[in-house]
Design a protein around this ligand. Structure first.
Ligand code: CDP
Length: 805
């Protein structure tokens, strides 16, 4: 070594490991239009499928006449439930323990439901043939309101008639799915009965939709010679899809290869199984040709998995000084025609029991009733971890309402109820063990960054000016402190269809010191190819640029449960670090052998093993890699490979403090976001630039949901917001400048201390935008009004408060 020898710091920088804002490697192909999405896949002789869908929300299917469609040149087949029934494929299991019609079997339960599947030589002929299929329907009474559904004589699910037990316990009514209870009901009621202050509020978290830019699709290709089915698709969980396809088709799992190519956004929408996948597989088996199905935007919005649709009533008990003593939450959950929620088996309402939020609430009770209605099935965690968005919205609104009741500052009310740093690991009243947090530090930093006291002063002056008639604009200060729960999950309490929610990473180091790592997850834009290589770079001392990350091919990737609910970093990220550590352990033995010292006499130093006390004697990881292939230690296998299947001991609990400053024009209802400050704590930060990108994206989807995005139905069950003309998807025009910030509180149980982040900004953003709207009207008596806060609804609120003169 001499003065020119790079020191540890420089060598570490060269690796582009943890903490480096490494540029996204995948973007090279995306920005050149060279991504490979499902619709880019074109196989020889490929046919195209399209659905005949129900115009009615509830109707009996009297007859289906395929003749005219089959007579159209280029049409190869028209499948109905009758054709699928002999194969037992006219119904399929849902992820929630229910079953769902693949094609209408006797009746339809929501508008847009799949009735017949047309297969043709091209996409246009298929669409023309759809028009030629004649379906006779008999309309039935429509139920779009879950409360009405629970009192109605109309039986939606005739297939379940008489069944008093469902997948999640007793059913109270023929349109009832389950009741899920958590916490202590009696104790909570006692606290509420004897409390100094109790507030009750009801809120509707409206139905919305993840609306990924790329819609759902699949290409099924059955090779009649080898008997192997290859299924390309927009799958957030390719291995789980392979297992489900095997279970329902009877094809052995080794004969199914599922490939998720590039995916243009998932946000939960691409977790479940859709009729399009099943019908494409059947059509490929029947015709012997590859079959592609790609839905259009209207089909995506109307029929694939929705999000939210929770009617929540809360009661919160507190002392006069504002110390919260109890929380009661009752939810009626509209699940649509089939219970196809994507939640771990033991959590039919997801992680709604994180609804005590960031607060030390000693006693709590939650009950959720799932209900069938004539709406599309789904219930996915749209950029959130299994209903955490609903839970955080609920508690953050309840805190605001309590602040109004107590005539207290909402920031101070939060402060006095936060779980304290020294209380971690913290056992919540509804059953979770929060791993780590320092909420006071984050909150104080946020308050200082935005100049909170100054904002309140300005707001009070604005109210006075408004009253004097000097302005027509009010100012709202939206506050939120959220706690997320991500990284499902420990196998002992989290599974989907019996598959434990572990994840995996397999690493192969090549002789020249570069590597490939394969994972059970699948990126949909999060940048896994960039960040997982960074974790490895720090663990195994090879540059991130020399490590290929591969996901999404079940023939090559180790089994994993996929990417959703911000589980990739907490679970697969941990598997990556653990597999890296196995590589390092073997590398240590090789290094010691080469340096002719005992294993314990070498130590890892960034990109090498060096003799303790003699750093000039070392072997770099590159040298060790080569040695692993040509100078194997006697008695030790050659090669340098490792695999880890990681079952996390707990979930991770990222958190954040958000502030939104909003001006509202009382006469038009137009909102202007003047400032949005987002402080996120996701433990150890792998790539700060990617984290910032995730925060911007999540906040933008939060803005959409809070300020306009919804899937609305009329009384006949018609979807009123089935196109992007009506469904609000924000563009750069509506999006404000976001200020991001962070604190770092590592997870004590994650190998590198990282927590997830992808969903935090959405989870924290929705209540923050909503609280800003509410806060603007607080001085004029507003307690709660339901989202989405579009201009018209805000105008109406102002009108109801008598602010229009
Ligand atoms: O499961 P999903 O990929 O959607 O979410 P995530 O685990 O929160 O990761 C989203 C992106 O942020 C990935 O590229 C992660 O590697 C990155 N990330 C990070 O850089 N540092 C963290 N502490 C957490 C996530």
């Amino acid at each position: 070594m001499n003065d020119l020898t790079p020191d540890s710091k420089e060598r570490s920088t060269n690796l582009k490991g943890l903490g480096c804002s490494r540029k996204r490697v995948e973007d090279v192909r995306f920005v050149q239009g060279k991504g490979n999405y499902v619709d880019d896949i074109k196989l020889p002789g490929m046919l195209h499928g399209d659905f005949v869908r129900s115009p009615y929300a509830h109707a009996r299917v009297i007859s289906i006449n395929k003749e005219a469609a089959l007579a159209l040149p280029g049409v190869v087949a028209v499948l109905t439930a009758e054709d699928l029934a002999p194969l037992g494929l006219h119904w399929m299991p849902t992820l929630a323990g229910d079953k769902q019609m693949v094609l209408a079997d006797g009746k339809v339960l929501f508008q847009g439901q799949e009735v017949a599947y047309v297969v043709a030589n091209d996409r246009y002929i298929a669409a023309d043939a759809v028009e030629l299929v004649e379906v006779e329907y008999e309309e039935l009474p429509v139920l779009t309101d879950p409360f009405e559904a629970l009192n109605s004589d109309v039986v939606l699910r005739e297939d379940l008639e008489g069944q008093t037990e469902g997948a999640h316990g007793p059913r109270k009514h023929h349109n009832h799915i389950f009741t899920w209870e958590q916490g202590e009901e009696e104790a909570t009621n006692q606290v509420l009965d004897s409390a100094e202050v109790v507030v009750t509020e009801s809120m509707y978290y409206h139905r919305t939709h993840p609306c990924p830019l790329e819609t759902c699709g699949a290409v099924a290709s059955m090779d009649a010679v080898t008997g192997k089915l290859t299924l390309y698709g927009t799958f957030q969980a390719p291995h789980a899809i392979r297992t489900v396809v095997s279970l329902i088709s009877g094809i052995e799992e080794h004969n199914i290869r599922v490939i998720s190519p590039d995916i243009g956004g998932g946000f939960g929408n691409k977790v479940g199984a859709y009729s399009g996948y099943v019908c494409s597989v059947v059509a490929s088996i029947v015709t012997g040709k590859p079959v592609k199905w790609v839905e259009d935007r209207i089909e995506n919005l109307m029929t694939t998995a929705f999000a939210r649709d929770y009617w929540m009533t809360g009661k919160i008990a507190a002392t006069k000084e504002g110390k919260i003593t109890g929380l009661h939450c009752q939810v009626t959950a509209d699940h649509g025609g089939f219970d196809a929620c994507a939640d771990p088996t033991k959590f039919p309402a997801g992680f709604m029991n994180i609804c005590t939020g960031s607060y030390d609430i000693p006693t709590a009770y939650l009950a959720v009733d799932g209900v069938y209605t004539n709406k599309a099935p789904g219930g996915v965690s749209y950029r959130c971890s299994f209903r955490v968005t609903e839970a955080v919205y609920f508690i953050e609104r309840m805190i605001e309402v309590l602040a109004i009741e107590l005539d207290m500052d909402a920031a101070e009310l939060r402060r006095i109820n936060f779980i304290k740093k020294e209380q971690f690991p913290y056992q919540s009243a509804l059953g979770w063990e929060y791993d780590s947090g320092d909420y006071h530090r984050a909150w104080d930093k946020a308050m200082e960054a935005v100049g909170y006291q100054g904002l309140r002063k300005e707001q009070a002056e604005r109210v006075e000016a408004f009253k004097r008639g000097e302005t027509r604009k009010l100012m709202g200060i939206g506050l939120t402190h959220f706690t997320e729960i991500v990284g499902a999950g420990p196998v002992k309490n989290c599974d989907i269809l019996g598959l434990g929610m572990f994840d995996s990473c397999e690493i192969r180091i090549h002789p020249t010191g570069s590597a490939i790592a394969r994972l059970g997850t699948i990126s949909q834009g999060q940048g896994h190819a960039t960040t997982f290589a960074q974790i490895l770079a720090s663990e195994i001392g090879l540059p991130a640029d020399s490590i290929t990350i591969e996901e999404g091919d079940t023939d090559t990737a180790p089994y994993g449960l996929g990417t959703y609910g911000s589980r990739s970093t907490p679970v697969a990220g941990a598997a990556t670090a653990m597999a890296g550590r196995k590589i390092r352990a073997k590398a240590q033995m090789i290094a010691a052998y080469l340096l002719e010292v005992h294993d314990d006499d070498v130590e890892f130093d960034v990109d090498r093993f060096a003799v303790k006390g003699a750093p000039e004697r070392f072997k770099t990881m590159k040298e060790i890699a080569f040695a692993a292939y040509n100078q194997a230690i006697p008695g030790l296998e050659p090669g340098l490979e490792a695999v880890s299947y990681y079952d996390p001991p707990n979930m991770t609990y990222p958190f954040g403090a958000y502030v939104c400053v909003m001006d509202i024009d009382v006469d038009t209802g137009v909102t202007e976001i003047r400032r949005f400050y987002a402080l996120d704590d996701c433990g150890t930060r792998i790539n700060p630039m990617i984290i910032e990108g995730q925060v911007h994206g999540g906040l933008t989807e939060a803005l959409a949901v809070a300020l306009g995005q919804e899937i609305a139905y009329d009384e006949q069950g018609n979807v009123k917001t089935g196109t992007l003309m009506d469904f609000f998807l924000p563009t750069a025009w509506e999006v404000p400048n976001y200020e991001t910030d962070h604190t770092v509180t590592p997870s004590p149980h994650h190998p590198i201390g990282a927590k997830g982040v992808g969903e935090s900004p959405h989870v924290g953003g929705v209540p923050c935008f909503s609280n800003a709207v509410h806060d603007a009207f607080r001085a004029f008596g507003l307690r709660h009004t339901n989202m989405p806060h579009d201009h018209w609804r805000i105008w109406r609120t102002a009108n109801e408060l008598g602010l229009h003169g």
